[in-house]
Design a protein around this ligand. Structure first.
Ligand SMILES: Nc1ncnc2c1ncn2[C@@H]1O[C@H](COP(=O)(O)OP(=O)(O)OP(=O)(O)O)[C@@H](O)[C@H]1O
Ligand SMILES: [Mg+2]
Length: 407
């Protein structure tokens, strides 16, 4: 079954519009229908042409669009499809017609160089809000084939985001059809699933991802953080015995250095203790990398630490850790908004617990705020060091856990 809103996607190629913009809630059935409609349109109107299928990264575009599409019976029955993974090209044939759909990642530098050399008859830009405007401009400039159409999809962000001001607000002059999606526009979501998704998001992310609104992030970043739910006096003994241990570090020379010792057990992360050193406190000296390293050793005790996740810019400290040869060092994933969203989701689900002794982390969770004056969703960069190390842990270790859970 296809919803009425989704039918409008299928009808777009027959309309007078040059572009289609679908925005709105997560899981509302935008991407899946757009890929089907995009390829059907391309196969009907063109042969021997190239098209762009763009996501945030080549990996996310492949995972969210190409793989689901080529697994569909509808696609397999209709077309002969070859997915050339190494070239990132989907070749689609029907009779004598053949078209090539090349996958690009808006945030991948290599994609920017590649797309500059292409002539395209259409592009599908999924998650366009997460791409730099320069990539999107380049992709659009490549669409020089007569009859080319542009297909955009996204979840909302800050109301001053370039895609909102340049495309959604100017849809008439750009001759774009605008469709706004809500979760109920996806007929495959059961009431239970709708409820689960609704309960997963909170704060600004509820408004942007569940209600599908372009709103400013204001107030607390983690309004769902509450001592009664998230601060614990004891860590379950099973976790201490069987959990997987890691340490996350936000390294600062002038700014504080914050590190957390985490135990992950049964899908819940426990911050067991922390090291927070602020050399700006009167009477304190700056610490050397070796001194910070000694503090990490102290934090670890005799536990078997699987990974130390370090802020990617802390080159000298990473070297120090590596030189000692005890810990495996990983670069943290430093996508701020993605990390905050995941952290908020996990807090909401009660899957992050902080031991009462982690005073600096608890204080920061209660004060960390959005910068309402900024023209995009950004946080106030004060008192955010434990927040950064938590985010590194979540984005690097918990992200994999969540994917395994199908979130
Ligand atoms: N009409 C439908 N019938 C059956 N399944 C559907 C239908 N529409 C969407 N789905 C399924 O629902 C899920 C979510 O759809 P989709 O990925 O298209 O949503 P989206 O709006 O792009 O979400 P997001 O904003 O999170 O990217 C997918 O697994 C998709 O296959
Ligand atoms: Mg999508």
């Amino acid at each position: 079954m296809i919803s009425d809103k989704q039918k409008k996607i299928l009808a777009f190629p027959y309309s007078r519009y040059d572009a289609l913009i679908c925005d709105g809630a997560v899981r509302s059935g935008k991407t899946s229908l757009m890929v089907v409609a995009f390829i059907d349109w391309a196969m009907r109107e063109f042969s021997g042409q190239r098209f762009g299928i763009c996501g945030k990264t080549v990996g996310s575009a492949t995972e969210n669009m190409v793989i689901p599409y080529i697994s569909r019976t509808y696609a397999k029955d209709r077309y002969t499809i070859h997915w050339r993974r190494s070239q990132k090209i989907l070749e689609v044939r029907r009779g004598r017609r053949v078209n090539y759909f090349e996958v690009f990642g808006g945030r991948d530098e290599s994609s920017f160089t590649l797309i500059q050399g292409r002539t395209l008859a259409g592009v599908l830009l999924d998650e366009v809000v997460l791409m730099p405007e320069s990539f999107v401009d380049q992709a659009l400039a490549r669409c020089s084939v007569e009859g080319a159409k542009l297909w955009f999809s996204c979840n909302p962000g800050h109301p001053s985001h370039w895609f909102k001001t340049e495309w959604i607000d100017k849809r008439e002059e750009r001759n774009a059809l605008y469709l706004h999606f809500e979760m109920t526009d996806n007929p495959s979501l059961s009431d239970a699933t709708l409820k689960r998704y609704r309960s997963m998001y909170a704060g600004v992310f509820y408004d942007q991802y569940v209600r599908g609104l372009w709103v400013i992030a204001e107030g607390l970043v983690y309004p769902m953080f509450c001592a009664a739910d998230h601060v614990v006096d004891d860590i379950p003994w099973q976790a201490l015995q069987r959990g997987k241990w890691s340490i996350s570090v936000d390294y600062g020379t002038v700014n504080p250095t914050s590190a957390g010792l985490w135990c992950l057990w049964a899908g819940t992360a426990y911050r067991v203790c922390e090291y927070y050193y602020d050399s700006r406190v009167p009477g304190r000296a700056r610490r050397t990398d070796e001194e910070h390293y000694a503090a990490l050793e102290h934090l670890a005790g005799d536990r078997c630490i699987e990974r130390v996740i370090v802020d990617p810019s802390a080159a000298s400290f990473k070297e120090t850790i590596q030189r000692h040869g005890r810990f495996a060092v990983w670069d943290a994933d430093n996508s701020v908004l993605d990390g905050i969203r995941l952290t908020a989701t996990l807090l909401q689900a009660g899957r992050i617990k902080i031991h009462r002794d982690c005073k600096d982390c608890i204080r920061e969770f209660q004060t960390y705020r959005w910068d309402t004056d900024a023209a995009k969703d950004t946080v106030i960069k004060e008192d955010d060091h434990a927040m950064d190390d938590c985010r590194y842990f979540v984005a690097t270790i918990m992200e994999r856990e969540m994917r395994m859970d199908g979130v």
